[in-house]
Design a protein around this ligand. Sequence first.
Ligand code: ATP
Ligand code: MG
Length: 557
Amino acid sequence: MAESVNFIHQIIEKDIEDKKYGDNPIITRFPPEPNGYLHIGHAKSICLNFSTAMKYGGLCNLRYDDTNPVKEDVEYIDSIEEDVRWLGFKWNERLWASDYFDTMYEAALELIRKGKAYVCQLTPEEMKEYRGTLTEPGKESPYRNRSVEENMKLFREMKDGKYADGEMVLRAKIDMASPNINMRDPIIYRIAHATHHNTGDKWCIYPMYDFAHPIEDAIEGITHSICTLEFEDHRPLYDWVVREVGFWPNPPQQIEFARLNITNTVMSKRYLKKLVEDGVVDGWDDPRMPTIAGIRRRGYTPEAVRNFCEEIGVSKANSTVDIAQLEHCVRDDLKEKVPSRNVIFDPIKVIITNYPEGQYEECEIENNPAVPEMGSRKVTFSREIWVDRADFMEIPEKKYFRLYPPYTKEDGTAVDGNEVRLKGAYFVRCTGYDKDENGNVTTVYATYDPETRSGSGFEGRKVKGTIHFVDAGSAVPITVRLFDYLMIDDPDEPGRLMANPESMHVITCMAEASILDAEPGDRFQFFRHGYFNAEPKLYTRETPVFNEIVGLKSSWK
Ligand code: ATP
Ligand code: MG
């Protein structure tokens, strides 16, 4: 992986130089809210936080940001941890924001004591009206100047469950005229009579993100709190909380970067959840999903995802990355890792008329020509083989060097049937073909030249085309799931994505028999077609199902 120094690293290097954190290590954190499966955007954040910590000999915490009691579910915890581990990272500590509720409550009391927070009873509508706009300052709440004693009493009563949800909130007392709306007395605690997965019914008041997050970071000694750009305008509030609550000597600093967007990809847990609930996909780990669980099941490798995250870098400006770049990283990583297998997607029978009936022989085919150490395997060859329909044309188009029969050109010249190399076997020359009543080619005829056996050192003549085959006698049918993008441009609404109704095509292919030695999850190059894996959940020897990981050809420059 290329070592790069991005703007975040530059900040950290300066802080190290200035000894800003003394001898303390650099500590980052990945703070998922456990309300869904992680997606590739989270992978970006994971890679950034963990590899930044590693780069500077520091630590990275996994912290569940579970301050919202109603949306969260422990079901997601296991998946989150599996995803982080799969990406290849080890967290320093696994922590729960909800474990700090006592400290947060104390911090709120401290603010009240200092006259920096007050209980407000404006309705949400009034609150909105009082907030002002981007161009107009806000108005002070009539509750803003309550006494410390009254605020203490009311806030304790809020905690004790005396009030209903929404009846009152605790607000920070900052500046209603601030040009930054986030600083206009933001809400820091609200009432929610809800059972929390961790703290049960202990609390009926919960801290707001902007209050909780800096406290979580400060408690853990986070030095650099990396988050996405939407929080840039919240940074003054982050700093305010850290300063006002201030019982920590070296305050954490928030640094924002542009979130990852990818073409043909929706990255919102809420939307992905809807796809699952509506049955558009077969679960969070459907191989078409941009979730980490989905791409893992699809056959993407952690190395490919890490390389992708490194390659796209970190930026301060929002942009959208072409999904072809991700696919390129996957292809690039697999190319020297996986063995190839012969699979015929749209089979057409070829009969080698001069090869004796009932005879067969074994051919040796390299597993990966780029990696000799990957060895070779044996495939059988006999009189009847399958080749891809695309490897035959009745009348060749220009520059077509695969199988075609003898034919006569428009100017009357006779052209001989074409000779091609069957990868791993012989040269064969096409001699003719049959068609059915609908005009579909059913059988192709050819002859082989026994002199040209692969590996025999034959140098008599060259052919321009090499195609692959499987022996009809020993071939096995397999199910192959070809994928198109799950999300495509909505033709009715330019700039919007919609679920692609044809994101999966299931076909039956003919494969060389050795394919059945696969274990679920094993990856292969299906020679000349692309990269595929034995479907991790569905593959068995009896019902072999494969997923398309990525095609061979790239549109990424
Ligand atoms: P979503 O909107 O998909 O639910 P989220 O930001 O609400 O995402 P969190 O669980 O709060 O999800 O995110 C955990 C961390 O991952 C946060 O630090 C967040 O900034 C980061 N993150 C989420 N989406 C992206 C993205 N597309 N690119 C980079 N980082 C992201
Ligand atoms: Mg969130």
